[in-house]
Design a protein around this ligand. Structure first.
Ligand code: F0G
Length: 427
């Protein structure tokens, strides 16, 4: 394997003055990095995010370990397939989320196969981001980071806020002003993050974080362009496989494209380790007002045309310039999968269907995958007898405003007797 010299790695005081005694101990020996765009390979570094040759986004490569051992529960159960050596992760016991068969939704959409929801809202801070954050923040702590930063539509923010709090690391968030759902903003405030609200979109916020982490090594970025974070998210694949084997399809809501790529990577690594011999097809779902990848897919383009002013009720995926576009497109292409767009109306209908037919509370972005599934089944792309896992990425409590939009019969009783009449009389 060709390894380029690790430029910029001799920075022992780079981490806020902390002495860095070789992160090599934290990163396993069977790990290196590769550019998703041009294929250039690099030795592993916690601070390497973009390709020095072409500027493309990097991925972490974990060569299949000699022995695969699964022990315990949640993300760290898969320690032998993760890139870090650590016996003391920064953890809130993330992962090990319910995989729920959703028969009533299947019936509602005349789907005859096996249909499951992977309920990522059941993670400690209410989204799948916790899987990535336990890995990224553990790495940050091990290399002596004192100050982390992240741009976010909200879930990365609240997850980073909780995990950095647990690790004793300061966090500054850059958030699109007025576009972060209340629950997520509240969590970020509660866990003590400093917040910069930018007059602009998430894409502007992310630009600020990339710039800041390029010009200053005293801040450590926790966004999904940090490939180390995505390593934690690949455990969604491991959990699905352990419970039901390899499904025909995995349906995932897509914003920046990191999660769909991470899940696909997880399945591929299971195959490389000789644990499975088939792979699922990946379906990425985007909101129609923020759908650069789905539009590129429809038009047969190799690259997305970015959306300058993305808009959707699913604020978590209100993203016009997905930083992981190449990884996401590769996941869909390699898996013979698809991208699909759904409208805000379809997203809200799916949110209500999940809540009312299955008791699963999802924020709009989390339910977008159900809306996508419905559409793909109706279009005949997903066949009615297949086995499908739909990833429900975030909890309903994240976005109280969206919950309040659900139709509801509500009345006011001015006396006890009136309340009794209303209850028994079905008024
Ligand atoms: N679903 C939810 C609930 C999310 O919060 C996100 C991303 C996604 C899906 C899309 O995942 O970006 O990996 O394609 N939220 C990010 C954030 C952008 O800042 O919380 P992706």
């Amino acid at each position: 394997m060709l390894l380029t010299p690790s430029k910029g790695e001799n920075l022992p005081t780079a981490y806020g003055g902390a002495i860095v005694v070789g992160y090599a101990k934290v990163v396993k020996e069977n790990v290196y990095m590769r550019c998703t765009h041009c294929g250039a390979v690099y030795d592993a570094s916690p601070r390497r995010f973009f390709c020095e040759k072409c500027g493309g986004i990097l991925e972490v490569v974990v060569e299949p370990p000699k022995q695969v051992v699964f022990r315990g529960r949640g993300v760290w159960r898969y320690h032998s397939l993760l890139p870090l050596n650590t016996s003391e992760p920064v953890t809130l016991n993330e992962g090990n989320t319910p995989l729920l068969e959703i028969k009533r939704i299947a019936e509602n959409i005349s789907f005859k196969g096996k249909l499951y929801a992977k309920y990522e809202g059941a993670n400690p801070t209410g989204s799948f981001k916790d899987r990535g954050m336990t890995v990224a923040v553990t790495l940050a702590r091990e290399i002596g980071v004192r100050h982390a930063i992240a741009a976010s539509t909200g879930n990365t923010a609240s997850s980073a806020a909780a995990y950095t709090a647990r690790a004793g690391i300061k966090l500054t968030l850059v958030l699109p002003r007025g576009k972060v759902a209340l629950g997520k903003l509240g969590q970020s405030i509660l866990h003590g993050a400093d917040i910069v609200e930018i007059e602009g979109s998430f894409d502007d916020a992310l630009k600020a974080v990339i710039k800041a982490s390029t010009i200053s090594t005293s801040v450590y970025p926790l966004n999904s362009f940090n490939a180390w974070r995505l390593e934690g998210q690949k455990t969604i694949a491991f959990e699905i496989w352990e419970e039901i084997g390899v499904p025909d399809w995995v349906v995932v809501p897509v914003g920046n494209g990191g999660n769909i790529a991470a899940i696909w990577k997880g399945f591929k690594e299971l195959r490389e380790a000789g644990l499975i011999d088939s792979l699922p097809r990946m379906a990425g779902v985007q909101a129609s007002g923020a759908a650069p990848l789905a539009t590129a897919f429809e038009r047969g383009l190799d690259k997305p045309e970015f959306v300058e002013k993305p808009e959707t009720i699913a604020t978590a995926i209100r993203i016009g310039k997905p930083i992981n576009w190449a990884k996401a497109m590769k996941a869909v292409r390699e898996s013979n999968g698809v991208f699909v767009k759904v409208t805000d109306e379809e997203i809200l209908a799916a949110q209500h269907m999940l809540a009312r037919l299955e008791g699963i509370g999802a924020e709009p972005a989390g339910a977008a995958s159900i809306a996508g599934l419905k559409k793909l089944v109706e279009e005949g792309v997903i066949e009615r007898g297949e086995t499908v896992v739909v990833v429900v990425t975030g909890h309903a409590l994240k976005d109280p405003d969206s919950m309040m939009r659900a139709p509801c019969r509500r009345k006011v009783a001015s006396t006890v007797d009136e309340a009794v009449r209303m209850v028994v009389g079905g008024e």
